[in-house]
Ligand binder design. Structure first.
Ligand code: ATP
Ligand code: LTN
Length: 325
């Protein structure tokens, strides 16, 4: 049976990128095996964040998971910080990943570039060690992520190989699974940049008012060619809108292109806005219902209990393997 594991870090308001690249896809995995979908709150501390913001964002993500159709009876939803095995395994695994390979991680390079060199936290540098620990703790075979996280999953695979070569078959080899369409949604105001919650530029937030969403889509940056065609290089704005449309409609990019042959940009954008709103409006309603009920805490408690069972067993295996008494 497959074990599926993924997480989102509560660093900011979730965007349409998070929805299409991650949230929307989690539900289908529930039928493929046991799911562990968590809130990576320890990871959120790798960049400065206000305590109250972290608390709000964390509960938000739990409610978003439920609104996206995750069923606590099939899927364990929990907070990373509620399961101490994450930090404990991290302390061991940091000895098996090397500073050279960590310094080549694109996410580290991007995020550290924006900081004063003297003030880059060790946690930001060591981020992939904790992420690898998250993954191997649950013997995860499948890790659904957007394409920005593939490099971290590849590094986890290197770690598993290295560790097992040294100690025998202790860790399970994971595999990243990336959505075909929509693994990288770009900013609406600068379609050469990823839509990102910690660096918002023309982002659509999942909590945005529906009218604001429509406005943002109608004013998305495009080009002056007036042909709806997928061409990431020369038409990044239109390509991004086509990706959003195709992924929400569950169709291929080619079919989306055909649908808008001869259409002007206004008509096309209106159709994209309609598709986004048709999907997000009911999703928002469910989110608010969950957020305002005590159900979220109940779900998190139940999820953490099961997560502790599984992760402690792995931790014990690792302790025995490396010689900790
Ligand atoms: P941050 O801006 O804080 O780095 P983020 O918006 O990139 O955050 P994460 O918490 O890193 O979000 O990502 C959660 C999940 O959403 C990951 O699986 C990631 O690959 C996916 N994701 C994030 N942004 C996008 C995007 N623009 N398009 C598609 N998937 C995305
Ligand atoms: N690094 C991921 C969040 C994350 C994660 C994980 C995803 C932390 N641990 C384990 C999959 C598996 C991110 O920034 N999106």
């Amino acid at each position: 049976m497959e074990r599926i594991l993924s997480g989102i870090k509560p660093t900011g308001q979730l965007t349409l990128g998070n929805y299409i690249g991650a949230l929307k896809n989690f539900k289908a995995f529930q039928e493929q095996g046991e799911c562990f979908i968590f809130i990576a709150d320890l990871h959120a501390l790798t960049l400065p964040i206000e305590p109250e913001t972290l608390r709000t964002n964390s509960r938000d993500i739990a409610a978003f998971y439920l609104a996206a159709g995750l069923d606590p009876n099939k899927c364990n939803i929990f907070l990373q910080s509620h399961v101490s095995a994450h930090a404990e395994l991290n302390a061991i695994m940091q000895n098996y990943l090397y500073m050279g390979e960590l310094s080549r991680m694109t996410q580290f390079k991007d995020k550290s570039q924006k900081l004063n060199k003297e003030k880059i936290g060790l946690g930001l540098f060591a981020y992939p060690v904790l992420m690898a620990s998250d993954i191997v703790l649950y013997d995860a075979t499948i890790v659904p992520v957007g394409d920005d996280q593939i490099q971290h999953v590849e590094l986890t695979r290197d770690l598993v190989k290295r560790f097992n070569n040294r100690y025998g078959d202790i860790l399970i080899m994971p595999k990243a699974v990336v959505t075909k369409v929509g693994a990288r949604i770009m900013s609406l105001s600068d379609p050469t940049k990823k839509m990102s919650k910690s660096d918002p530029k023309g982002d659509i937030f999942l909590k945005d008012d529906i009218n604001v969403m429509r406005k943002k889509i109608m004013s998305a940056v495009t080009d002056s060619e007036a042909i709806v065609k997928f061409d990431r290089e020369n038409k990044p704005g239109i390509s991004n809108l086509l990706t959003i449309y195709a992924s929400l409609k569950g169709i291929s990019i080619e079919d989306a292109e055909k649908e808008f042959e001869g259409a002007n940009y206004g008509t096309f954008k209106r159709a994209v806005a309609d598709a986004v709103i048709a999907e997000i409006e009911p999703f928002q309603k469910r989110y608010f219902e969950y957020l305002n009920s005590g159900y979220v805490d109940e779900v998190l408690e139940k999820g953490a209990k099961r997560a502790r069972e599984i992760s402690n067993a792995t931790l014990k295996r690792v302790h025995d393997a490396v010689g900790l008494l």
